[in-house]
Design a protein around this ligand. Structure first.
Ligand code: FES
Length: 95
């Protein structure tokens, strides 16, 4: 087995499970979070990755900050920037 350091300080996971309830909403949310991270100057430090079911079906779309065990649910269109800012503050990321 080989390994290397992952090139981000913080990761947010967005459920984009296609056959689940999150699906397209999750994919759009991931895009908005990625744009918000870039707008905050955190493009390389805060990565937004797709994932499968986060066991919060029915609450979606959902975002997990695994390092702090924070789950955002019922996330709306205008919540991306707020989530990115809260995540950055929680992990001490400076733009
Ligand atoms: S399908 Fe998204 S949390 Fe289960």
């Amino acid at each position: 087995m080989d390994k290397k350091r992952f090139q981000a300080d913080v990761v947010l996971l967005v459920c984009t499970r296609k056959d689940g309830v999150c699906g397209k909403k999750g994919a759009r949310l991931r895009a908005r979070l990625t744009e918000a991270a870039a707008a905050e100057g955190l493009k390389k430090r805060l990565r937004v990755l797709p994932t499968g079911c986060l066991d919060a079906c029915g609450l979606g779309p959902v975002v997990l900050d695994p390092a702090s065990q924070t789950l955002y649910y019922d996330v709306g269109k205008d919540d991306a920037l707020d989530i990115v800012r809260k995540t950055a503050r929680r992990h001490g990321l400076e733009p």
